[in-house]
Design a protein around this ligand. Structure first.
Ligand code: UDP
Ligand code: MN
Length: 443
């Protein structure tokens, strides 16, 4: 009898053990799957297109390796909270602190280039809203460390009414070390990125305005190519190649050379560069003509920025302003180029609660672009976004007037000369024909 009881107990324990093992295995696979989906989502949420996405899948492997080897980290509530608060890995950011070196991602040809000592001076404008403290300080310290002193007039920080405590007195205190070069402007109400940049520009005294996001790290000799190109032609607007700072590992990864583009939704995307463009004598250091800019990082002559009408001050919060400025530059006599020898890393933040895109502001901004700049092609936008057809976007008469005053060319001219690749690849549900960039209608 005793033996039977012992045998039953052993069987019972074995069965429980087996169930436990199966449960653990199940949980493990679940977590693996969740991690895959999360990392996939994070990486896909990047504002960059497929070219950089493909490259980024390399860092995904590293990332998964790191996190799987360090489950404690992945299940760390601080990491998860940091991601939802700041859109990046706050633990790693705190560990890196307010200053670090990033790898030189420039091509060898660029590393051998020399620029004149005397160039126009730069005012670097950085707007921020609820940025992670160390990330913001790394942006500032990288600009201070990697810009020639005689060319850096000032850094203008515009606080767009951030709520986080460490961006108040603690930020003032830390900026003291850069005394003399920094102006900190605090908005009295939330203005959004577009008006904040205009506020920054109105305080600037350098020859060239250089706009950066508050989660960037500049690379070596990043400023000189930008200033040099504008010194040669004051209507030239230039962007660096935007390298990727991974939001989870904070690794700095060099990006391929791409051009800025958009679709008929006016969604920005990166397009491949034609190989012949890099075949010339300057090889991979050749400036790339770009139909559009991604928005956050570019340099423009200060007087030209004012002449050209700055930004549309009635655009709210975030989005659309990059396409608007790109069209205005090209259609009104300027040029827009990407300079492969200038590189700036940008953190492709995950969507966080402080960064949820405000759809109604974005729609209003896009509508303002459509009604001012797209001429007869606005139909193509509305075929993609029929729900916006009768939505009001406020008074645009000032911007229409500006377009006339500047003597800007038509959108047809822009399509024919600057962006002939913009073709209606995705047909809308409507039955109306698309207007093709080449002026032909598709039934
Ligand atoms: N920003 C701001 N006010 C806003 C929204 C954004 O000052 O209402 C700042 C933000 O902190 C960042 C820059 O504007 O430095 C660009 O925003 P974000 O990085 O979200 O844009 P993305 O990189 O996705 O284009
Ligand atoms: Mn950004």
């Amino acid at each position: 009898m005793k033996n039977i009881i012992i045998q039953c107990l052993i069987c019972g324990f074995l069965a429980i053990g087996l169930w436990m093992a199966m449960l653990l295995l199940f949980l493990h696979l679940e977590q693996e799957d969740m991690l895959d989906k999360e990392t996939e989502k994070l990486l896909y949420n990047r504002s960059f297109g497929k070219n950089v996405y493909q490259q980024a899948s390399h860092s995904k492997k590293i990332l998964k390796g790191d996190i799987i080897n360090d489950r404690a980290m992945f299940s760390d509530p601080e990491l998860i909270q940091g991601l939802s608060r700041y859109g990046l890995n706050v633990i790693t950011s705190r560990r890196l602190g307010i200053e670090r070196q990033v790898p030189d991602s420039r091509n060898k040809i660029c590393q051998q280039k020399h620029y004149p000592f005397n160039l126009p001076t730069a005012s670097v404008i950085i707007c921020f809203y609820n940025e992670e403290f160390n990330t913001l300080l790394r942006t500032v310290s990288s600009v201070m460390n990697l810009s020639p002193k005689h060319l850096l007039e000032e850094i203008i920080l515009v606080d767009d009414m951030s709520e986080f405590d460490d961006l108040k007195a603690k930020l003032d205190y830390h900026l003291e070390i850069f005394r003399g070069k920094i102006k900190l402007v605090r908005n009295k109400k939330r203005e959004g990125l577009i008006r904040s940049r205009m506020i920054g520009a109105s305080r600037a005294s350098g020859d060239i305005l250089v706009f950066l996001d508050s989660h960037c790290e500049v690379n070596r000799v990043w400023l000189e190519p930008l200033l040099h190109a504008i010194a040669k032609d004051h209507k030239m607007v230039v962007c660096p190649v935007i390298d990727v700072i991974d939001e989870l590992t904070l690794d700095y990864v060099g990006s391929p050379i791409v051009r800025g583009a958009f679709d008929w939704n006016l969604n920005f995307r990166w397009d491949d560069v034609f190989s012949y463009e890099l075949d010339g004598p300057e090889g991979p250091s050749t400036p790339i003509r770009s139909p559009a800019m991604s928005g956050g990082i570019f340099a423009i002559n200060r007087h030209y920025f004012n002449e050209l009408g700055q930004y549309d001050k009635d655009m709210d919060l975030w989005g659309g302003e990059n396409v608007e400025l790109s069209l205005r530059i090209w259609m009104c006599g300027g040029q827009l180029f990407i300079l492969p020898c200038s590189r700036v890393g940008h953190n492709n933040k995950a969507l966080s609660k402080n960064r949820l895109v405000n759809q109604s502001a974005l729609s209003k901004n896009l509508l303002r672009v459509v009604h001012v700049w797209l001429d007869e092609y606005k139909e193509n936008f509305f075929l993609q976004r029929p729900s916006l057809t009768h939505v009001s976007c406020g008074n645009i008469s000032d911007r229409v007037e500006l377009r006339k005053r500047l003597g800007c060319k038509s959108f047809q001219w822009y399509l024919d000369n600057i962006f002939p690749e913009l073709e209606p690849l995705n047909r809308g549900k409507g039955t109306k024909p698309f207007l093709l960039a080449k002026g032909k209608n598709v039934p």
